[in-house]
Design a protein around this ligand. Structure first.
Ligand code: SP5
Ligand code: ZN
Length: 345
């Protein structure tokens, strides 16, 4: 399988996040992508750099004011105080119900909160370049798939599926899976399906396509009643307007077994087949792994091979995008198992 990887991800190195009132080392580390790309290289996959410039597609997935903020956020932060170059900003105030989000504050903290869903996504000097490279990988993968590749794997970070049209969150800034789906449509696909298997619901991806019938969104994830991102991902969210019926959430209770997870995968695959999709985007979170430090599902490494093989049976050009997964040293094996299952499936 062709693997798309950019070293620009290294410039996004979030230092800490909040946990029970303390700051702890951020779970979303540069080492994650390095483990993944090394394991894929060792198993004989071809590693390439992204080629396409995703700029035009990005501008249709995200809002202009959000992209403008993201591109310049670090420079704005450092302009406040040169010492900020050595520390990473966190939002501390958000426009929740009854507060206005239509007027962009000129204050940096005001803007950071406006464009954030949580305080768990620290910005770094290379965040924009890393996230843009992830989107470039997604559009490059779409190009390769529409020229006959059967599967392409974007070994990119930061992840993207929590990022909405105009906000970051959950370690995500740019929604690469959404960019990939839109690029596939732009390159001639009629109907695309996105299957999100990250432990956490892909609220950003769902919201971007919620009113559209051309992109089916299907997600298997921890029940948002108890699991992040808490405020989206329930089974009764089925799409709205023209998109009614084109959103399928399959929440599972925290601690759910692999058997239950693969049962949900069958339901998801049946819905993708019924959609008549001509291409598939997989938001590949590996945080369903039993030893993931922040999640509670119980997939074993061999289950990732089974996942890859099952997806191959859909017989669709398939764009894999790395999302979450925090058992860093085991991510390589689990990612490579998905790719191998898919190729040998
Ligand atoms: C892409 C992705 O997987 N984003 C996940 C963001 C989750 N952010 C909240 C992390 C909460 C960590 N809780 C630690 C519990 C340890 N027992
Ligand atoms: Zn996740």
């Amino acid at each position: 399988m062709i693997i798309l990887f950019s070293t620009l991800h290294r410039g996004h190195a979030p230092a800490t996040e909040f946990f029970r009132g303390e700051r702890v080392a951020c779970f979303e580390t540069p080492a994650r992508a390095e483990f993944v790309v090394e394991a894929l290289r060792e198993r004989g996959h071809e590693i390439r750099a992204p080629e396409d410039d995703s700029g035009a597609v990005l501008a249709t997935v995200h809002t202009p004011r959000y992209l403008a903020f993201l591109e310049t956020a670090w420079a704005q932060w450092v302009a406040l105080d040169p010492a900020n170059a050595e520390r990473q900003p966190f939002p501390s105030v958000w426009p929740v119900r009854s507060l206005r989000n239509d007027v962009e504050p000129s204050n940096f903290t005001g803007r950071l909160g406006l464009y954030s869903m949580d305080n768990g996504s620290p910005l770094d000097g290379g965040t924009w370049a890393a996230a843009k490279a992830g989107a470039d990988a997604a559009t490059s993968a779409a190009t390769l798939l529409t020229h006959g590749a059967r599967g392409v794997f974007c070994a990119t970070r930061p992840p993207g599926h929590h990022a909405g049209a105009d906000f970051m969150g959950g370690y995500c800034f740019v929604n690469s899976a959404a960019v990939g789906a839109q690029a596939l449509l732009n390159r001639g696909c009629q109907r695309v399906a996105i299957l999100d298997v990250d432990y956490h619901h892909g609220n950003g991806t769902q919201s971007i396509f919620y009113e559209r019938p051309d992109v089916l969104f299907v997600s298997i994830h921890g029940d948002p009643r108890t699991e992040y991102p808490f405020y989206l991902g329930h089974a009764d969210e089925t799409g709205s307007g023209a998109g009614h019926g084109f959103n399928l959430n399959l929440p599972l209770a925290a601690g759910a077994s692999s058997d239950l997870w693969f049962e949900a995968l069958e339901t998801a695959c049946a819905r993708i087949v019924a959609h008549g999709a001509d291409a598939l985007v997989v938001s590949l979170g590996l945080d369903t792994y039993a030893d993931d430090p922040i999640s509670t599902f119980r997939l074993q490494s061999a289950d990732f091979t089974r996942l890859g093989a099952r997806l191959r049976r859909l017989a669709l050009p398939t764009l894999f995008v790395l999302e979450g997964g925090y058992a860093a040293s085991e991510l390589g094996r689990n990612a490579a198992n998905v790719a191998e299952g898919f190729e040998q499936g």
